[in-house]
Ligand binder design. Structure first.
Ligand code: WT7
Length: 664
């Protein structure tokens, strides 16, 4: 580092407010601060502008139907098709422009560009194939696929024929796949032979087949994408009965046209399973009108997407970020969206920067965990590349620490790109709290104010607003178009999980209903919100949400385990890491063999992302007199922090004993 750099770093370290770079502000999609006031005065009609970004087959009658809270309905009476919105209507202007730039992991080997016309063609052909297999409107199609172009194609093909999709992250285990197919009564699966991870082909179909064996109802058809070609021969896969090769199906429907099915605005577009406080994942239901309007509007207002952009989000489509901000939002706006199959460190730690340079990416939307890893690897990797095509940077998934924020701002954005730190959830469908990049100053570490028209308050346990600077609970006081509608087949749990805490659940006045996302937060004098993290038994590992109960039940399923408690401990790169405290049954030792079986048990039940960082064997767990496990204390132990109050413990002596057995 030269002297200038040292000076610069010192200045950055002290600066805690950053103004939008003027070159950016001059061209921003949202350029007028008045939007905040206008939306407040004009609520809920302020959302007609979001709906206007879409093409409707039938105009809606009402913006918001709030007659039966919390079962809100948006754009009621309207009809539209998501695939027509993402494809057909762009054909005239953008038919020959790239819709998807797909980058495979092997460098320069098999990158693929799909123009809007090409994407439209293949989506039609695959939609025709699905229909021929018997998929009808409202049949849930499960997509257990890695980052291959056939994943967004399958999503849009489902949307075209009115079949909701349920994408299961490819890193999830066979068992996790079966749980989700069972919960959604899904009879169709689209999957893949394998994909590349750090240079090697990885078998995916074996896991899919294992999962299928555990599905409790008959599965009608399975479609398998051949990603690996001859490189997958070693896996020895033969397609079984009811299994079809994707390319064969598409070829058999070459030239087919499928009329997009007009869907009611409130019809389900997709289900996305996410972790909650119980062992059973929640099937979050998103709709066609409200969700799509939200994804499109936030993509335009926050990510500043224009059709001419080449926009890059490094998330996986298996999570909500990829649904909203690789597929639906960007394609609804007719832009070029990028997809990368591999990891950022293959073949070298500059892979992402090489991709940004090669494709001249205009926006980059990634996760704090990735930024912290880049920071650890050092500036030499981004410094090898020309990143000047970038106009805006974004982060999502977990709080970003100011140091990582400033590193991103300086070394990736060259101090010329605003950063949007976007707070939202699977359930919110899209962004809720973040700065509008052309008009709002940025405060590293704070996500920013709520978006215009979004009513967020930080409250205490009684639901009263807390003073600036005090910690409280983040709540959303008014509905919004992108909100989840309910949990699949479980209205009761929907009310219980998200609304019961701060609402008068007997009331039918929408003012008495408050959405609680289970995050802690504080707010400053300027209304900027700093999200502090989950307040429920959900932990956030590398921006991925994991339920401690799910991991615990996996561990308790391992032979020789009597009891387990799982908490999140701080981790410098991942944000949080899984710490598992385990009591063995009599006759079993807490040895390496046992530890390996526990780790394998978690990987089998959920996937490698849930792998415990540490398994700590203990003779007892710290419990209150009423028998409740004191998780806070276990977190303190994991973090090596001073212990909180232990006076309510039934067994205070156990804490020191556990602490002694935690080593780094
Ligand atoms: C949880 C939602 C949103 C898509 C990816 C994760 C945490 C998310 C931020 C942020 C602080 C954040 C919250 C939230 N979170 N974004 N910018 N700052 N925390 O979706 O799996 O549904 O997880 O992620 O705790 O509740 P998800």
């Amino acid at each position: 580092m030269g002297d200038d750099d040292v000076e610069l770093e010192a200045r950055l370290a002290e600066q805690d407010v950053f103004e939008p770079p003027s070159a950016f502000a001059e061209q921003a999609n949202v350029a007028d601060e008045a939007i905040y006031e206008e939306f407040e005065e004009n609520w809920p009609d302020c959302w007609t502008g979001a709906a206007d970004l879409l093409q409707w087959d039938r105009e809606y009658d009402t913006v918001l139907d709030d007659s039966n809270p919390p079962f809100y309905e948006w754009f009621t009476g309207g009809e539209l098709n998501a695939s027509a919105n993402c494809l057909d209507r762009h054909l005239d202007d953008r038919g020959d422009e790239a819709a998807i730039e797909w980058i495979g992991e092997p460098v320069d080997e098999d990158d693929r560009t799909y123009t809007y016309a090409e994407l439209h063609r293949e989506v039609n052909e695959f939609a025709a194939a699905l229909r021929d297999l018997g998929v009808g409107a409202d049949d849930v199609v499960t997509l257990y696929m890695p980052m291959v172009p056939e994943l967004p194609i399958a999503m849009l093909a489902c949307a075209r024929i009115g079949a909701p999709h349920s994408v299961v992250f490819a890193g999830f285990s066979a068992e996790a796949l079966a749980t989700r197919m069972n919960a959604a009564d899904s009879e169709y699966l689209v999957t893949c032979d394998g994909y590349y991870r750090r240079g090697d082909p990885l078998d995916h179909l074996r896991k899919a087949n294992e999962g299928l064996d555990a599905v409790e109802h008959p599965v009608s058809d399975v479609v398998v994408v051949d990603r690996l070609g001859p490189n997958g021969d070693d896996f020895g896969h033969d397609l079984g009965e009811g299994q079809h090769d994707y390319d064969d199906l598409v070829a058999a429907h070459a030239g087919a046209d499928v009329e997009p099915v007009a869907r009611d605005a409130e019809d389900m577009l997709f289900l996305m399973y996410t972790s909650g406080t119980t062992g059973q994942p929640k099937g979050v239901k998103h709709t066609t009108g409200g969700y799509l309007a939200w994804a499109a509007w936030t993509s335009q207002a926050v990510l500043d997407i224009e059709p001419e952009d080449t926009y890059f989000c490094s998330a996986d489509i298996g999570w909500i970020t990829g649904h909203s901000y690789i597929v639906y939002g960007p394609l609804a706006l007719g832009t070029t969206t990028m997809m990368y199959e591999g990891t950022p460190d293959h073949p070298d730690r500059d892979r992402l920067w090489q991709i940004v340079e090669e494709y001249e990416a205009t926006q980059l939307y990634t996760a704090p965990t990735a930024i912290r890893a880049f920071m650890k690897w050092g500036t030499e990797y981004p410094d090898r590349h020309d990143l000047s095509s970038l106009r805006l940077l974004g982060t999502v998934g977990e709080p970003i620490n100011p140091r990582a924020w400033k590193w991103y701002y300086r070394h990736i954005g060259n101090e010329e790109c605003p950063i949007v730190d976007t707070w939202w959830q699977t359930e919110t469908g899209g962004m809720m709290v973040t700065t509008l990049p052309g008009i709002k100053s940025m405060k590293p570490g704070s996500a920013g104010p709520p978006l215009p028209g979004v009513d967020v308050q930080i409250v205490d346990t009684n639901g009263d607003e807390v003073e600036a600077g005090r910690a409280g609970y983040l709540t959303v006081q008014k509905p919004w178009p992108g909100m989840l509608r309910t949990l699949y087949d479980n209205d009761e749990r929907y009310v219980e999980e998200y609304w019961a805490e701060y609402s008068d659940t007997d009331s039918d006045d929408p003012d008495d209903w408050v959405y609680f996302p289970e995050d802690g937060a504080k707010i400053d004098e300027d209304g900027y919100i700093t999200v502090l993290g989950r307040v429920d038994d959900v932990i956030n590992v590398s921006g991925h949400r994991l339920g401690t109960m799910e991991i615990e039940s996996a561990i308790v399923g391992v032979e020789g385990v009597a009891e387990a408690a799982v908490v999140g401990g701080d981790h410098p790169v991942k944000g949080e890491a899984v710490y598992a405290y385990v009591i063995t049954e009599d006759g079993y030792d807490g040895d390496d063999e046992m530890r390996d079986r526990i780790v394998a048990g978690v990987e089998d039940a959920i996937g490698p992302i849930a792998r415990p960082q540490q398994v700590i064997f203990t003779p007892e767990l710290p419990k209150t007199r009423s028998g409740k496990i004191m998780r806070r204390l276990l977190e303190d132990i994991a973090n090596g922090d001073a212990l909180g109050d232990t006076s309510t413990l039934r067994n205070p002596e156990i804490v020191e004993e556990i602490r002694a057995s935690v080593q780094d």
